[in-house]
Design a protein around this ligand. Structure first.
Ligand SMILES: [Zn+2]
Length: 129
């Protein structure tokens, strides 16, 4: 057991699942592709934001996963993820909005839109409030 275990596998250690059709295969038989995912902010590396690694049973299914990621992409969602990461990292600091936005890698306008997007999705999740 290692302390640095960040990844979780849903299937057993010897098989992985195609995220497109659910087909199980050995990792060596799967196609690994970087897929756009606007809900992902990398914990430390902003250059890897908005990307996740997906497994597929065929190049066609890998392409479908990429296409699906593109269609579901929401800019504000990625900005929210970036803002959340910055908020955790600098939680002890008193920052102005524009300083915080810069730390998060956003413009103040992007931060503003991200906050409003988050507020609107929170309302959708809890409609009766
Ligand atoms: Zn598949």
């Amino acid at each position: 057991m290692t302390v640095h275990e960040h990844t979780r596998t849903e299937a057993g250690p010897d098989t992985s699942r195609c995220e497109c059709c659910g087909h199980q295969a050995k990792p060596a038989d799967l196609y690994v592709r970087a897929v756009p995912d606007s809900s992902r902010a990398h914990p430390t590396d902003p250059t890897q934001d908005g990307v996740r690694i997906a497994c597929a049973c065929s190049p066609q299914h890998a392409d479908e996963l990429v296409e699906q990621g593109r269609q579901e992409w929401v800019d504000e969602q990625l900005w929210t993820a970036k803002a959340r990461r910055a908020a955790e990292r600098w939680s002890q600091s008193r920052l102005t909005i524009s300083h915080f936005a810069r730390l998060a890698g956003l413009t103040p306008e992007q931060l503003d839109r991200a906050l409003r997007w988050q507020a609107s999705t929170d309302r959708e999740a809890h409609p009766s409030g």
